[in-house]
Write a protein that binds this ligand. Structure first.
Ligand code: ADP
Ligand code: MG
Ligand code: ZN
Length: 476
């Protein structure tokens, strides 16, 4: 009966070495208040100077999101009082933002969908409050770090689409190398706006803004909850209030934080200490030319260059470093489909199990290629190769060394296998009987026993051949 209307506001911390308007460093996890100066602490008489890198990064994101980069842009002061904001205002771009009217394409099960980007603008981060028993502490290391706020149009229609939007956006930001996108460290933050309307109605309903969303999952879950809450409210003829709500992860629900009446008036006015910016076409062009191949394009290329399915290509291209690892491996072992299967299968499995990323891998694409070569030459069966891969992830040792240490070399030698098969047949009279009386399952059981007796090293195909022959002799 109702459809959800969702718009997301994402704050991406730009990965510059120094802060947005001063020379303070931006490193994460440093001792509190060791990265702060009169400018970012707002001492009287100090003057901000724009970090050119932050502007450059902002323009790059704008371009990657197909926005129109504004040739004339300026900064404003957003005034409010809060202890994490030493100046009493945040420098932001209100009236004339850096980028307008772009879009981001997301991929859904059956179709692609384009989500409008309303605007992207630069601003600065606030400090961090740390609440303790009886007192609160404040760390200004983060105050003044450049942020890019990316605001979508209310084009998103479900929690799943919101999740996809964030996944695609993160992928782009990481490809551009402008943001770490680590939600746990706060380098990517998201507020979600949601309203409902009856199907077919154009007009937007009253929205709630959801905050305190610490993961993509929290965004999806809170939106799912909010759809249910708003639906129930509308069905009971109770109007939706325009308000800001907090997601309570533990309780699995949103709670009201403040209503429209309590909303702050920020008294925006132009920042007098920063001159407006005129951005030259040549600058925009140079940045456009410098953009790397982005996930969508890379995915298409993987399909056409390597004959991969769109699904496989999509998984590989989602993460730049992962895509590169795949492509570098193919240079050494040019069977793309096999490399792809190992990357999105066993390799991803090992990375997930260790909660680690491809960047911190202890071995090179060339090392993976030699593992695949071992398999191709029949020196390792698949099971043993997976074991070697796990060891490579643990120690980074070369394939040959692990194979020797763990004694994993595949046994394809018929004579050697005959001995094992004889033993298995002798020890499993019942299954052999089952097999001869026509129970097909018994064969696979016996194969399993041979694999086990060989400690997983038997070449499964040769083992089956030998076993079949031996059983034939027993029961011609
Ligand atoms: P605010 O002034 O409260 O920040 P904006 O109009 O600037 O609201 O929009 C902020 C975000 O909320 C945008 O992503 C926009 O797409 C989304 N949005 C605006 N109105 C609605 C609505 N009625 N329902 C859902 N999302 C909305
Ligand atoms: Mg807003
Ligand atoms: Zn500073």
């Amino acid at each position: 009966m109702y459809e959800a209307v969702i718009g997301l506001e994402v704050h991406a911390q730009l990965k510059t070495q120094t802060k947005a308007f001063c020379g303070c460093m931006t490193g994460f996890g440093k001792e509190a208040n060791t990265q702060a100066c009169p400018v970012c602490l707002g001492f009287p008489g100090s003057l901000p100077v724009l970090n050119e890198k932050a502007l450059e990064y902002g323009i790059k994101v704008g371009l990657a999101l197909h926005c129109q980069i504004q040739k004339f842009t300026k900064f404003d002061r957003k005034n409010y009082f809060y202890p994490d904001l030493p100046k009493g205002y945040q420098i932001s771009q209100y009236g004339l933002p850096l980028a307008l009217q772009g879009f981001l394409t997301i991929e859904l099960k059956e179709k692609k969908k384009s989500i409008g980007i309303r605007r992207a603008h630069l601003e600065e981060d606030a400090g961090k409050l740390i609440h303790q028993e009886g007192c609160s502490l404040v760390d200004y290391n983060r105050a003044g770090i450049p942020l890019l706020e990316i605001v979508s149009e209310p084009d998103i229609s479900s929690p799943e689409e919101a999740y996809e939007y964030l996944t695609s956006l993160k992928s782009i930001l990481k490809y551009l190398e402008v943001c770490d996108c680590d939600m746990e460290k706060g380098s990517l933050r998201c507020d979600a706006n949601i309203s409902l309307r009856k199907h077919g109605v154009q007009e937007l309903g009253t929205k709630a803004e959801l905050k305190n969303l610490n993961s993509f999952k929290a965004v999806r879950d809170s939106l799912t909850y909010e759809i249910k809450r708003q639906t129930e409210s509308l069905e009971a003829q109770k109007p939706i209030l325009q308000e800001t709500r907090l997601w309570d992860e533990v309780a699995g629900k949103t709670v009201s934080m403040r209503s429209k009446e309590e909303a702050m008036d920020y008294r925006y006015f132009p920042e007098p200490d920063l001159p407006p910016l005129t951005i030259q076409d040549s600058v925009i062009k140079a940045l456009r030319d410098s953009l790397p191949e982005l996930p969508e394009a890379l995915k298409k290329r993987f399909v056409s260059d390597y004959g991969l399915s769109a699904y496989d290509a999509g998984i590989l291209a989602a993460e730049k470093a992962f895509a590169k690892f795949f492509e570098d491996t193919v240079k050494f072992y040019p069977k793309a489909k096999i490399v792809c299967n190992w990357c999105i299968g066993p390799l991803s499995y090992e990375l997930n199990a260790r909660n680690s990323s491809i960047e911190s891998l202890l071995f090179t694409p060339q090392a993976l290629s030699s593992l695949l070569q071992f398999v191709e030459e029949g020196k390792l069966n698949n099971l043993a190769a997976k074991e070697v891969l796990a060891q490579m992830c643990n120690s980074g040792k070369p394939v040959e060394v692990i194979v020797k240490e763990k004694d994993l070399l595949q046994v394809s030698d018929t004579q050697e296998l005959e001995g094992i098969v004889d033993r298995v047949i002798a020890e499993n009279a019942k299954s052999v009987g089952d097999y001869t009386s026509g129970k097909g399952n018994a064969f696979m059981f016996l194969v399993g026993q041979v694999m086990k007796a060989s400690k997983g090293k038997a070449n499964p195909k040769v083992a089956q051949d030998v076993l079949r022959e031996k059983l034939k002799v027993k029961n011609p």
